[in-house]
Design a binder for this molecule. Structure first.
Ligand SMILES: [Zn+2]
Length: 183
């Protein structure tokens, strides 16, 4: 009898804690293998914790692992708030790719382009007239440079594209302030 009532209290406590943890979450569309699920959760947690000043606008995001992404290794579909990542991949690449696509997500939900876009372009040596996303070459798009800068800010390193996109110290500082200091 004691065990039963003890369990009841325990279930109630879990429900209370769950109610307090209703922050944004990453929602896989399929059942992920355990190691991938763990890597996804830890990458999301690190990303979320890196942007305390943007906590109010960061929203849920969906994740789908697929065998083919037409435009490259991954993509972010803004209308669906959906990240699609091509598999197979390596764990290190997966973390970077997911963080890169999460950067597009927070850019979209927290108005990155409109709050720090101009300062970021300036810090990267990009002409202010250059559109955030509509540039022919992937590496020349300010939004892609922003995403790579976020990868560097969140993970402290960049394994995939450091030679294609260089991130200035000033750009990193702009990202860091936007991420951590209330406007
Ligand atoms: Zn991108």
């Amino acid at each position: 009898m004691f065990w039963r009532s003890g369990l009841g209290v325990c279930v109630l406590l879990v429900a209370v804690f769950a109610a307090f943890e209703l922050g944004p979450s990453i929602e896989p569309r399929q059942t992920l293998p355990e190691d991938v699920a763990e890597l996804t959760a830890s990458t999301w947690e690190r990303f979320e914790q890196a942007f305390p000043a943007q906590a109010g606008c960061l929203t849920d995001v969906q994740l789908e692992l697929v065998e083919d992404v037409p435009a490259g290794a991954a993509e972010y579909l803004v209308a669906e708030r959906l990240i699609r990542i091509e598999i197979p991949t390596s764990p290190r690449r997966y973390v970077e790719t997911l963080t890169h696509e999460l950067a597009h997500h927070i850019d979209a939900t927290c108005d990155g382009e409109f709050t720090i876009g101009a300062a970021f372009k300036d810090a990267q040596g990009i002409d202010s007239e250059v559109a955030w996303e509509c540039v022919e070459a992937w590496e020349d798009r300010p939004m892609e440079q922003f995403a790579e800068a976020v990868v560097e800010y969140v993970t402290g390193d960049r394994y995939s594209h450091p030679d294609i996109i260089e991130v200035s110290d000033e750009s990193l500082e702009i990202i860091r302030r936007w991420a951590t200091e209330a406007a």
